[in-house]
Every structure is written in C-alpha cells, then in structure tokens.
Design a protein around this ligand. Structure first.
Ligand code: SAM
Length: 281
C-alpha cells in the first residue's frame, strides 16, 4: 500500500527492520501516519522552522513533521535498531533529517539547530517529564524553543494544565504556566499505540511567552512552590516555615491566608510571595 511520502507503511518498516518494541526503552509506537500528521499539525506552522524530535523510533512522527513542511528535523534516538529505518526517511527527504544516536538527557542539540526552533516528541513518560522541566527552567527567558508539542500520559498532561483547586495542581502547573501557555490539544486511547500502554495519553502544546506572566526570581519561585507542594496537605505557614523568616506576615502581605493550602494559591499569588521573600515588595 502506498503512503503519501512514498515510504513503506510503518507496520512494514517494523517487520523489515525487525523492530520489536522494547519495554525498557518505553517503546509504544504510533503506526498511523494520519494520526502522526495530525500531531505534527498541532505543533503549528512548521514551514521555516527547525524541529527537534526526541525519540523518533521507527519514524512515524518524524514523517509527519517532514510531510507538514518542517525545514529540518533533528531527531535524537537512543535505540540503534531504529537507525536504518530513520536513514530511509532521511534519503526520502534529502538534507532535511539529521539523526543523532544517543540519550536525549545527555545531548545538547543547540549547535545542530537554527531558530526558529520547535520541539515535538512522543517519549517515554519519565524522560518526557524530566526534559519538560529542563526546557521550562533555563537560565534565561525566552528559551531556545518557540513551542513544545509533547505526548504524555493523560494524568501528567492534566498536571501541566491544572488550575488552582484541582487535585492535579502543583509544581508542574506552575512551572508550565508561569512562562508558557499550555493546553491539551489531543487525547489518545491506548489502542492508538503498538503495543498499547495501560493508560490514556494526551498531546500537550506549550507556547513560550515572550516574558513571564508575573515578575519573580525563578529560583525563589521554584523554592517556594516546591516547599508548598511537598507537604500539600499542610497549611502554608507550616510548609513554608523554612523558606523565609516571618513567613506568616509575608503570606498575608501576598494576600494569602497563612492557614491556606498550596493547592488553592494562584500563580499570581505565588509570584507575589516570591517577590516579597526576595524583599522586592
Ligand atoms: N516517536 C515514535 C513514535 O511515536 O512511534 C516512538 C515513540 S516511543 C514512545 C519512545 C521512543 O523514545 C523510542 O523510540 C525509544 O527508543 C526512544 N527513547 C527512549 N529513551 C530515550 C532517550 N533517553 N533519549 C532518546 N530517545 C529515547
């Protein structure tokens, strides 16, 4: 059966290259090219942009990104078994796909990319969360990327977009929403993947804001939020006790009741508290 890019269907690619999914690498492949094209489209207009893809596997999403017009895709894949399949895609899109074999947690991709840069990935969930936190906490803002389009298990996606008062609200929501606009753009059932994982998944799109929604020092905000949510059932006057002297007065100045719990505090209030802790207000 022909595909839009003239390359073989992904099931055939898996057979030809004997790519049996490995649990240890969190491999759950997307084999429907219509679906991968749809995920690529949810990353926005790709023409004129370099796309960093982490964990291309047999290349379903990679093909979607290239077919949707990415100027270049830089794909970092740990599993050497996937390289021959990726080389076939590179040959079909001359000069537009560069593959690096290695661990995305250890490779700095910046020297291989030219702005504007977008990031797209369907990654094992643990690696995905770690990379997301790194991408959200660079030293300087705006970051090197314009947007992130990432597959997560549904529960993690809910934590990224959560609002105050929700059970999912925590450090990840604050980190994501302080300097980016985050939304869930697609939901996928387990059967969308081969093999099917146990849980539902969702694609989250994050667009970097030119500057933070509210001023605050990143390290202080991070410290306040981590302390608040580490003991999320405790009142803030107790959970934030070690963060700064006179924390009750500081909470009150920020408009937060000292008996409140972290999950009720808005992003704006957390930022104000961080400024007060730093003596800026
Ligand atoms: N993107 C492909 C797709 O959608 O069908 C594969 C998705 S699969 C969930 C995750 C991929 O990430 C696998 O190909 C796996 O080998 C790769 N991977 C896992 N850990 C990695 C790491 N630390 N660095 C780079 N790639 C990794």
């Amino acid at each position: 059966m022909a595909t839009i890019d003239g390359l073989p269907p992904l099931r055939e690619v898996l057979r030809t290259h004997d790519l049996v999914a490995k649990k240890s690498l969190g491999q759950n492949f997307l084999l429907d090219l219509n679906l991968t094209a749809k995920i690529a489209r949810s990353a926005g207009d790709l023409t004129g942009a370099d796309v960093l893809e982490i964990g291309p596997g047999p290349g379903g999403l990679t093909r979607g990104l290239l077919a949707e017009g990415a100027r270049k895709v830089l794909a970092i894949e740990k599993d050497t078994r996937c390289l021959p399949a990726l080389a076939e895609i590179a040959a079909a899109y001359p000069g537009r796909l560069e593959v690096i074999n290695g661990d995305a947690l250890e490779i700095d991709p910046l020297s291989h990319l030219t702005p504007p840069i977008k990031i797209a990935a369907n990654l094992p969930y643990n690696v995905g969360t770690e990379l997301l936190v790194r991408w959200l906490t660079p030293k300087n803002w705006p970051p090197f990327w314009e947007s992130l389009t990432l597959m997560f298990q549904r529960e993690v996606a809910e934590r990224i977009v959560a609002k105050p008062g929700s059970n999912h609200y925590g450090r990840l929501a604050i980190l994501a929403q302080w300097r980016a606009e985050a939304k869930i753009v697609m939901s996928l059932p387990p059967e969308a993947f081969t093999p099917a994982p146990k849980v539902h998944s969702a694609v989250v799109h994050l667009r970097a804001l030119p500057e933070p929604r509210y001023p605050a020092n990143a390290a202080t905000l991070s410290r306040v939020v981590a302390a608040g949510f580490n003991q999320r059932r405790k009142m803030l006057r107790a959970s934030l006790k070690g963060v700064a002297p006179d924390i009750e007065a500081k909470l009150e100045k920020a408009g937060i009741a000292p008996t409140e719990r972290a999950e009720k505090v808005t992003l704006e209030q957390f930022c104000r508290l961080a400024r007060i802790v730093d003596g800026q207000e």
